[in-house]
Design a protein around this ligand. Structure first.
Ligand code: OGA
Ligand code: MN
Length: 286
């Protein structure tokens, strides 16, 4: 197995390992170590089946349930602009509008009481241009803040809200009242200590609405600025997808966003999510 750093403070490309086969414990341990260090791992040309993708995902922990909590296979989500008839969904459709939300920097499921640990995204159908996924190293973003800002943020708690981040993208239309009832606003420390590495990072992104106890509008603007300024070179890299590529990232310290692509072209991605490790995580599948 070869591990090659990418040209940013995060990210590495892994070659010489076949994720479609059960991994020996020592190989998995090496992957996990590299993941904790680099925060994003790119595995080119893996072409995994859904079953193999799920099996690799389970090595990292329990699967996270989706927001609908119904239908489909628990654990696999399709991020696709292709509709049930096989046509590319129009820009104005709910399906396409919901995907647009992913073009803003975020950490998956940070609107849940316990956010996602890892996400594993694989490309099945890719557009001829655009459609990259970008990743930002929020450990390095925290380190780059001046000492006064680090001190001021040290005890700050942000409210993260599904309604806040998803209402503009049809998020209230795709869920029923009971499902929305499972997604009340939640609180997360703005400066998060990584549970495995102990490194601090700036935990912000599109789901973060405002800071508790601060002026809502001012703190919303500050969170947006921290996200934008954090997600700058050399702390960012873009992955240009080819069918079969698989990327694994650590939602506990990385923000990501998708880039646009020509609206008349199909893009089909398969994603699994590893639930946060807390034993009482209500979003973890049994
Ligand atoms: C995701 C996501 C962006 C993309 O899978 O969680 O935000 O580029 N994807 O598809
Ligand atoms: Mn995402």
């Amino acid at each position: 197995m070869e591990i090659a750093r990418l040209d940013a403070t995060l990210g590495a490309e892994i070659r010489g390992v076949d994720l479609s086969r059960p991994l020996d414990d020592d190989v998995f341990a090496a992957i996990e170590r590299a993941w904790l260090e680099h925060a994003v791992l790119v595995f080119p040309d893996q072409r995994l089946s859904d079953d193999a993708h799920l099996a690799f995902t389970r090595r990292f922990g329990r699967l996270e349930q989706g927001i609908r909590r119904r239908g489909g296979r628990v654990g696999i989500s399709r991020l696709s602009n292709v509709d049930a008839e096989g046509q590319v969904a129009p820009r104005t459709s709910l399906q396409a509008r919901f995907l647009d939300g992913n073009t803003y920097w975020h950490s998956d499921s940070s609107y849940k009481r316990i956010g996602a640990k890892a996400s594993i995204l694989a490309a099945r159908v890719t557009p001829s241009e655009g459609g990259e996924t970008e990743f930002a190293d929020m450990r390095a973003a925290y380190d780059a803040l001046d000492a006064d800002m680090q001190a001021w943020l040290a005890d700050k708690v942000a409210v993260h809200s599904y309604e806040f981040s998803h209402a503009p993208f049809g998020g209230l239309e795709i869920l029923n009242a009971e499902e929305l009832g499972h997604l009340p606003p939640v609180e997360h420390a703005v400066v998060k200590v990584h549970p495995e590495t102990g490194r601090r990072n700036l935990f912000v992104g599109r789901h973060a609405s405002h800071i508790l106890g601060e002026d809502p509008a001012e703190s919303r603007a500050l969170l947006a600025r921290l996200t934008e300024e954090g997600a700058q070179p050399p702390r960012v890299f873009a992955h240009r997808w080819r069918p079969g590529d698989l990327v694994l990232w650590d939602n506990r310290c990385v923000l990501h966003r998708g880039r646009p692509w020509p609206a008349d072209q199909p893009r089909v991605m398969i994603r699994t999510t590893v639930a946060g490790d807390a034993l009482d995580n209500e979003w973890a599948a049994a």
